[in-house]
Design a protein around this ligand. Structure first.
Ligand code: SF4
Length: 338
């Protein structure tokens, strides 16, 4: 059997804690390979760039892995519940650590490093949760949290005599003070803001849209495109089987225009205005409502009819509708994500 290597896989989220954990492992003499997992639920643009920049700053190679297809199953059926949004944090951590374990095997590394800090997040970083993740991921002592290592159970690198207990840190709680001091001391630039505010599943509006869609279709039927569409626009429910998504800016309008699938696409050719999608089998009345609703968010003057084009399956027709008034109570009533 091959000798265990003094090599670690460091999960990098783009935040400071995971970068510090990787930096500490490196400072302790381990070869470190960074790993970022793209789940498809990150809010920020350029997250991969951030992680690659961290890798450069730390002087370690970074692997980027797209796990979005598999991750959908975690979001659909979490075993350990969800947080305040639709965030299945414990299942998510278990999944990520398990994936990192697979990369550890591939790379011939001996353990996985994460930036978790004891007591920092209520759902996923209390002691029982950290132990659960170690157990359920199958990594056990090969999962190392160097930032709180002195406060946690023994690890593989300690058992091998590669490090002493005191080499780990004893960070705990929500304060960021020591992390920021260490970042300055070790020359690690600040990247994304700390905390979990970069996950769509934590966002209230996204969670409302997802819950609504689960009520309509059932969780089993949700596809990757269903999840992707929940990122964009204002969402309205016209009936149990018909939804309208109205773009909020040019980028969203472009994304909605190119969105795959069989649905109506509404646009306003005569005035600046949004693109809207109508999903589900909408009747004439619902199409007229969707057109009036979309026109509400256009520059069309109130009170006068405006032309709305309705495209589907290569066919286009015109509807003339009066834009809904900004104060129309239906706007509030039908909005899913207000
Ligand atoms: S906030 Fe999102 S990315 Fe972070 S652990 Fe929870 S589900 Fe996973």
């Amino acid at each position: 059997m091959a000798e265990p290597q003094k090599k670690a896989i460091a999960l990098l989220s783009g935040g400071l804690d995971s970068a510090l954990a990787a930096a500490l492992a490196k400072r302790l003499g381990f070869e470190v390979v960074g790993l970022n997992l793209a789940t498809g639920f990150c809010t920020g643009q350029g997250r991969c760039d951030t992680v690659l920049a961290q890798g450069l700053a730390l002087g370690i190679p970074v692997r980027l892995l797209d796990v979005s297809e598999e991750y959908l199953e975690v979001v659909k059926r979490p075993r350990f519940g969800r947080g305040q949004g639709m965030n299945p944090c414990l299942d998510c951590r278990i999944f990520m650590v398990r994936k990192a374990g697979e990369v550890m095997e591939e790379e011939g590394a001996s353990f996985v490093v994460t930036g978790e800090v004891l007591g920092q997040r209520p759902m996923s970083q209390h002691l029982a949760a950290l132990e659960l993740v170690a157990r359920e991921s199958g990594l056990g002592e090969r999962l190392v949290r160097p930032l709180s290592g002195r406060l946690l159970g023994p690890t593989f690198p300690e058992r091998m005599g590669w490090v002493k207990r005191e080499d780990w840190l004893d960070l705990q709680g929500r304060s960021r003070k020591r992390q920021l001091e260490l970042a300055r001391e070790w020359g690690i630039p600040a990247f994304t803001p700390p905390g979990g505010g970069c996950c769509l599943l934590l966002e209230r509006a996204y969670a409302k849209r997802l819950r609504d869609l689960i009520r309509e279709k059932g969780v089993e039927a949700l596809t990757r495109d269903d999840f992707a569409l929940l990122r964009y626009g204002r969402h309205f429910r016209l009936s149990p089987k018909v939804r309208v998504v109205v773009g909020r800016d040019e980028a969203e309008n472009a994304a909605l225009l190119g969105f795959p699938g069989d649905h109506y696409v509404l646009s306003l050719p005569d005035v600046p205005g949004p693109v809207a999608l109508v999903l589900g089998e909408a009747g004439e009345e619902e199409l007229l409502a969707a057109a009036g609703l979309a026109a509400r968010y256009s520059d069309a003057p109130g009170g006068a009819p405006v032309r709305v084009l309705v495209h589907r399956n290569g066919l286009t027709r015109e509807l003339w509708v009066v834009p809904w008034n900004k104060e129309d109570p239906r706007l509030r009533k039908l909005r899913i994500d207000r």
